[in-house]
Design a protein around this ligand. Structure first.
Ligand code: GUN
Length: 293
């Protein structure tokens, strides 16, 4: 079994981005600037957004964190998005999900200027992705592709089973793994809450990508020998540590890792890759803007 070390690969990518930023500075160009909007006080979301902002500092980007109260109305959030769309100093921004119930998420995502949509969630960008056009690829699926590529994991002709059909991970992942190219050229099965006999499907999989948010869901008996296992789950499970919780993946790592050929750990697998690829998309947004000016 080989670990797909997202911590290490994401550090490599951040170092590559830092070098690019250095070159921009030497040429007297403005460095990339990412803004992140968070609505409400959800502890996990605040932690993720905090990590994104910290990562910007590490690579030399500028960053702006916009914190809005949980009572924010849809109109107020749309107004903030309009400001960010019009602010020339900002190259890309994200609105951290999930949003409070009073706000229509799809309406918000559609209000983001597609050229600044570094999450790749706007329908225009999602459509381009599905049509193999150059665009922002959502950071978590992009991070998984990058891990597979950098470890040289063969995907061509393999059966990839994706568990979970979220707009952020499962759905785009299923599209990307079936695309022409590498990584891609897989035969993809997208499973979800209505899928029957899921173990019968997962035991046929060469590559399993779980994005479910159910701790230790994928057991060893659901996985065939030498499968590649990618765990996107990051659920906080209460324990008696100082923090009061630990991060747990969807995969029963202790036993599944004994059968897998490649496997991502949690933490230190897909999580850090998501942040690195968000930085990469922000760099891309900056470069595209420079090309147009
Ligand atoms: N919530 C969980 N993952 C993500 C992500 O990649 N982007 C945003 N904006 N919100 C998220």
């Amino acid at each position: 079994m080989q670990l797909l070390d997202g911590k290490k690969v994401s550090d490599d990518i951040k170092n590559e981005i830092t070098a690019e930023v250095q070159k921009m500075k030497e040429k007297g160009e403005k460095v990339p600037h990412l803004a992140a909007v968070i609505v409400g006080n959800d502890g996990a979301s605040l932690t993720y957004v905090g990590s994104k902002v910290k990562a910007c500092e590490r690579v030399g980007f500028e960053s702006t964190l916009v914190k809005m109260p949980s009572t924010t109305s849809e109109t107020e959030l749309l107004k903030k998005i309009q400001q960010l769309n019009e602010d020339d100093t900002i190259d890309g921004f994200i609105v951290q999900l999930p949003l409070p119930d009073q706000i229509d998420t799809q309406k918000v995502l559609m209000a983001i200027d597609p050229r600044k949509d570094v999450d790749g969630f706007h329908p225009e960008n999602f459509g381009k992705m599905a049509l193999d056009m150059s665009t922002f690829i959502p950071a978590t699926p992009f991070g998984i592709l990058e891990l597979l590529e950098r470890y040289g994991v063969e995907t061509k002709g393999k059966h990839t089973v994706v568990i979970g059909r979220s707009h952020i991970v499962g759905r785009p992942m299923s599209i990307l793994m079936g695309r022409k190219g590498f990584p891609g050229n897989s035969t993809v099965t997208l499973t979800h809450s209505y899928t029957k006999n899921i173990a019968q499907i997962t035991t046929q999989a060469d590559i399993i990508i779980t994005a479910l948010g159910v701790p230790n869901y994928l057991k060893a008996e659901m996985v065939k020998d030498d499968a590649v296992v990618i765990d996107v789950g990051i659920t906080r499970v209460n324990d008696d540590s100082e923090k009061g919780y630990r991060i747990t993946g969807d995969v029963d790592f202790e036993f599944v890792s004994k059968k897998a050929s490649f496997i991502t750990p949690v933490p230190g697998g897909v999580g850090p890759m998501t942040i690195a690829m968000l930085l990469k998309n922000t760099l891309l947004a900056r470069e595209q803007k420079l090309l147009k000016n």
